[in-house]
Ligand binder design. Structure first.
Ligand code: ATP
Length: 347
């Protein structure tokens, strides 16, 4: 069992606080993605778990054992980096077997393991090639195979697909997810790419300025963002917001329309809706189309409602011209509300 527990981890670099007070449990065999903008602290957290960085305070436990005082090689962890760190002057076989040789495993065991993971990663035919001769995608597979060959309890990956072109990234993310599920390894995967996070994760931890703002399944993070930051970070384009004023018990006035909403005594809330959760209708929010972008599968229209910019994704057949007035009906079960003071979701 390789459940990972991160307990009250904080990290400062001089006066700069990179991680505040991180608490997170990753279940055995879970695929956890750390998602956040550049500088939010995801790599620092990963490096603390790996033992490449020392936390200022807090503890890391794996499988019920405290491991933060152990050296990196004694933690049962393998790590895959963005730049792969594959040795160009070694063959693929030697690269994959590198860590196993360091551990002084017998030759036949090295061969068995290298062949098994090469099969998993579909690179059996490359084993005799020099890694320096490989394409980026092939090198990336070698790096993952080398990590898996160690048969680690935990695999940590820091943006492992970011050097690949878009098509290869898409192929590799599905493949990597499959291989990790098959190998029954607990995985933590760092990315700033939300599509990668949504498509691969069992759960996503959304990070912002050294905190985990929400840790939940991809669909929950998307449908029920716990805070305005998550709502404006996830989704492309992200959620729309409009100010709302009370209009009676559980009723709120938004851009001249009344909506059912939370029962709270707040004087102001923020009404939120995703661009894909609105339809043109007889009655609804009245918007003026500003920019119309045909994106093939659908039409992205940037509108104005009062002072606010508001984006809506319409059917690709919709005919909309800049300057045109649109009446947009939000799908009632997709409307969300945020407290502008705390920025947290209000039910
Ligand atoms: P990216 O996606 O750009 O890698 P990240 O979310 O992984 O970003 P980290 O690398 O964890 O971010 O860095 C978090 C913050 O800590 C950043 O502001 C960074 O500048 C700072 N930081 C990281 N390492 C050090 C260091 N060795 N010394 C000083 N500051 C550091």
């Amino acid at each position: 069992m390789a459940e990972i527990q991160i307990k009250n981890i904080a990290k400062s670099f001089g006066a700069f606080q990179a991680l505040n007070d991180i608490n997170l449990t990753i279940a055995d065999q879970e695929f956890m993605v750390l998602l956040g903008a550049s500088g939010c602290g995801k790599s620092t957290l990963l490096r603390i778990i790996a033992g490449l960085e020392v936390a200022s305070s807090g503890e890391v436990w794996i499988g019920g054992k405290r491991i933060d005082h152990l050296s990196p090689k004694d933690r049962g962890i393998a790590m895959v980096f963005q730049n792969y760190a594959v040795f160009p002057h070694l063959t693929v076989f030697e690269n994959i077997g590198f860590g196993l040789r360091m551990k002084k495993l017998p030759n036949d065991e090295v061969t068995r393991r290298v062949e098994r993971v090469a099969g998993l990663m579909h690179i059996e035919m490359l084993l005799k090639r020099y890694s320096g001769e490989l394409s980026g995608g092939q090198r990336q597979r070698v790096a993952v195979a080398r990590a898996l060959a160690m048969e680690p309890d935990v695999i940590l990956m820091d943006e492992p697909l970011s050097n690949l072109d878009a098509l290869l990234r898409m192929e590799m993310r599905a493949e990597l997810k499959g291989v990790l599920a098959e190998s029954k390894t607990t995985a933590i995967y760092v990315t700033h790419d939300q599509v990668e996070a949504m498509s691969m994760a069992d759960r996503i931890s959304v990070m912002h300025q050294g905190d985990i703002v929400q840790a939940a399944s991809p669909i929950e993070v998307y449908r029920d963002p716990a805070a305005k930051f998550v709502a404006s970070f996830i989704g492309n384009p992200p959620m729309n917001f409009l100010p709302a004023k009370p209009a009676g018990p559980s009723k709120w006035q938004v851009a001249g329309q009344t909506f059912d909403g939370p029962n709270t005594d707040k004087a102001v809330l923020q009404f939120a809706i995703r661009p894909e959760d609105m339809q043109p209708a007889e009655q609804g929010l009245v918007a003026t189309a500003k920019i119309v972008e045909p994106l093939g599968a659908h039409l992205l229209v940037t509108c104005q409602i009062g002072d606010a910019l508001f984006r809506v994704i319409l059917d690709s057949d919709a005919v909309v011209k800049p300057g045109q007035s649109l009446t947009l009906a939000p799908q009632p079960d997709r409307v969300r509300w945020f407290d502008p003071d705390t920025t947290l979701a209000v039910a």
